[in-house]
Design a binder for this molecule. Structure first.
Ligand code: DAH
Length: 390
């Protein structure tokens, strides 16, 4: 028997040659199963690794017009006494090949399944991977805007918006800052170059101009909050040139400071997610309110952490007051018929307080590591019923 590995057609030729000599003298073979050709065919069948190759071998050997079937169907043309002898030699070969092929098919299938199991295996201990649309994070500023929107919407407030680029009139004059009033120096403003007529646009320094725009555009009763970007030339750990405020405005016939205090207290409890919060209203000054107040909330400072609803420290969180009669007049409202209150609050500041972020500048550095640490999952939309920050 040659050691060289033969291919199927060569083996079949060899089988044919042996069969020819078998026909000449069957007595030469006691069995035919272990002949050269058959042994090599068996070795070949056992070495086949692909189902296609094996199938081809099966067709060529055992198929309807395969070699072994042909040998048997030929028997009728052979001398009568030879037929049983040859059949007795061919049938066991056929049975043997069939057996090897069956076993081999099973082996190939099993290996394929094992291979699939190995390559497609799942590590069930891995955490569930987030879907692509879940991998982004909601910026804390957006989160806080969503939270306070949920809270004020529940109290019946609508959202009003205005442009970031404002006129001097909306940002200052209509809010009762007279030309050359020193109050204009309270805010370090980004002005655009003056136009030929001398007027200057500016980046709004607060959200208060949206009050003016709302009063000019809507009839009372008015209940709006105005969240948005604001700008001042300022930069340190708690100030950035661009920051966020939310303005609140209520105008009606009988709205008074008692309403304002209740709204702010409810807001603080809901926002900081505490049952109770003590607040302190201190007299202050803003050109657009009279009286004007600053609001502190009770807190406890503990190793750099601030807790609300406990302790005996105070933290200033917003400015507010009754809308100045001049502002009402500037916005076409009769101060004898309507009165209202307003407040302004730093969104970034309350975000830092609530979520413990130490440096405001990091908010706007667009560092994804910061965002994945402090950001919020996109599908956890804040609601009062479902929890604001769960
Ligand atoms: N506009 C003020 C600021 O930027 C904040 C503010 C104070 C807004 C009192 C108000 C208010 O509406 O009534 O500092």
């Amino acid at each position: 028997m040659s050691e060289e590995k033969k291919n199927l057609p060569q083996l079949l030729d060899k089988l044919d040659q042996e069969y020819e000599s078998l026909k000449r003298d069957p007595a030469l073979f006691v069995t035919w199963e272990s002949s050269d050709a058959n042994t090599q065919i068996q070795i070949y069948l056992r070495s086949v690794n692909s189902a296609n190759e094996l199938n081809e071998a099966k067709i060529q050997l055992l198929g309807k017009s395969g070699r072994l079937s042909m040998y048997l169907s030929e028997l009728g043309r052979l001398p009568k006494e030879m037929r049983p002898q040859i059949a007795a030699l061919v049938n066991p070969v056929k049975a043997r090949d069939q057996e090897i092929i069956d076993a081999k098919f099973e082996e190939i299938n099993r290996t394929a399944i094992e291979e699939r199991l190995r390559s497609e295996s799942e590590d069930v201990t891995l955490p569930v991977r987030e879907a692509p649309f879940e991998t982004g994070r909601v910026h804390p500023v957006t989160q806080v805007i969503d939270e306070l929107t949920a809270i004020f919407a529940d109290m019946g407030f609508a959202i009003a918006e205005g442009p970031d680029i404002e006129t001097d009139g909306y940002n200052f004059t209509k809010l009762n800052f007279p030309e050359d009033h020193p109050a204009r120096d309270m805010q370090d403003t980004f002005f655009f170059n003056p136009k030929p007529d001398g007027s200057r646009l500016l980046l709004r320094t607060h959200t208060s101009p949206v009050q003016v725009r709302t009063m000019l555009a809507q009839k009372p009763p008015i209940r709006v909050i105005c969240p948005g970007r604001t700008y001042r030339s300022d930069s340190d750990q708690t100030h950035t040139p661009m920051f966020h405020q939310v303005e609140g405005l209520v105008i009606d016939k009988g709205s008074h400071l008692g309403h304002l205090k209740w709204i702010l207290e409810e807001f603080c409890k809901a926002f900081f997610e505490v049952d109770r919060v003590k607040m302190r209203f201190r007299p202050s000054f803003f050109p657009f309110t009279e009286p004007s107040l600053e609001v502190d909330i009770q807190c406890r400072r503990d190793k750099g952490e601030v807790r609300f609803g406990e302790g005996d420290d105070w933290m200033e969180i917003l400015g507010c007051g009754m809308v100045h009669p001049n502002v009402l007049r500037n916005c076409g409202l009769d101060p004898d018929g309507f009165q209202g209150f307003a407040w302004g609050l730093g969104i970034d500041r309350i975000a830092m307080l609530k979520y413990g972020m130490p440096d405001l500048r990091a908010f706007f550095e667009a560092d994804v590591r910061w965002l994945s640490h402090y950001g919020f999952r996109p599908l956890d939309f804040p609601t009062l019923a479902g929890g604001l920050s769960s």
